[in-house]
Write a protein that binds this ligand. Structure first.
Ligand SMILES: [Zn+2]
Length: 325
């Protein structure tokens, strides 16, 4: 028995080493580290990398952070913040529940235990439901449809228009600089990841984006959840693409087509070329190509429309072990 146990442990250790070696050989596309802070407009800044973008809004009293990246990036975020201000962090807003957006809340709450963490009410529910949640991810204030924070040029407006990436995605608007954070409803300028485990829906997504376009006024800059600063016009085009993807999925199902045939149909419209490119987006290589994302969402749409459990939301382009975006 002893010998068997020893052999077993050697085999297990060997497998572990082999697994590690394999991981080192083929790490897949990597998530870039926290990058340099960039001015968006006026007192609004963006810190890229290490998961979702962290948006910084400097108010009279302090800095408001929208999203805090993956865990263990608090110091890196603070280092970037300190290049533009000495003000303390006074509030965190999380656009949704995923740990690449609230992962470093703990760093700032440890420094200032009384600061508020504000989210949509459904995000609080998902944080509570996830056994891997850090307590610092738990919101202290929530909203259902609308919330106003601050006043004058420091005013922030929070909006909720329904499900999409999850069912707790907040729009965070900064009226004084005519800009907003859209979270992972538009993580990048390509079809977004849909997370059915937290209420996400490719059927609901275009409705939610269209309601936002009708309900939000006075914004011309849109900070993507992981990617660049886009324009309002860019978000309108992105919404049209997500609506067309759903329409094509419905038509394809009715004709007995495959998702691949639906993709070919989408490619017939030159307006959608940017959303169907086969090249990886810079620093977003871990997210796959726009075309691969579109095909994933056509598969998700097929499953949702047929009333099946969604199993295709994480396609092959996502590296093993990577957190949801
Ligand atoms: Zn996400």
């Amino acid at each position: 028995m002893k010998r068997l146990a020893a052999l077993t442990s050697i085999v297990v250790a060997g497998l572990a080493v082999a697994g590690l070696a394999a991981a080192q050989r083929a790490p897949g596309p990597r998530i870039p580290p926290t990058g340099a802070i960039e001015k968006v407009r006026g007192d609004l800044y963006k810190i890229p990398g290490a998961g979702g973008n962290t948006t910084v809004f400097l108010t009279a009293n302090g800095a408001v952070l929208v999203d805090t990246k993956l865990a263990n990036n608090g110091q890196a975020i603070l280092d970037q913040l300190r290049t533009v201000t000495d003000k303390p962090v006074t509030m965190i807003i999380n656009t949704h529940t995923h740990p690449d957006h609230n992962g470093s809340n703990d760093y700032f709450r440890a420094a200032s235990p009384t600061i508020d963490v504000v989210t949509h009410e459904n995000t609080k529910k998902w944080v509570a439901a996830n056994p891997r949640s850090n307590p610092a991810m738990t919101p202290t204030r929530t909203f259902s449809d609308r919330m106003t924070l601050g006043s004058g040029k420091d005013r922030i407006e929070l909006y909720y228009f329904g499900a999409g990436h999850t069912d707790g995605d907040a729009f965070v608007v900064f009226p004084s600089v005519r800009a907003m954070c859209i979270g992972d409803l538009m993580a990048w300028n390509m079809a977004p990841l849909i997370d059915p485990a937290t209420g996400g829906s490719v059927i609901a997504l275009p409705d939610t984006l269209e309601k936002a376009q009708k309900g939000i006024k006075g914004v011309d800059l849109v900070i993507e959840g992981h990617g660049d600063v886009n324009s309002w016009k860019g978000m309108v085009a992105y919404t049209e693409f997500n609506r067309a993807l759903l329409n094509v999925a419905k038509a394809s199902l009715a004709k007995g087509w495959t998702p691949e045939q639906g993709l070919a149909e989408l490619e017939r419209n030159p307006k959608f070329a940017v959303f169907l490119e086969e090249t990886l987006l810079k620093d977003l290589e871990y997210g796959g190509t726009p075309k691969s994302r579109a095909l994933i969402n056509l598969n998700v749409a097929f499953q949702e429309l047929k009333g099946e459990k969604v199993t295709t939301n994480f396609g092959p382009p996502r590296p093993p072990g990577a957190p949801p975006t």
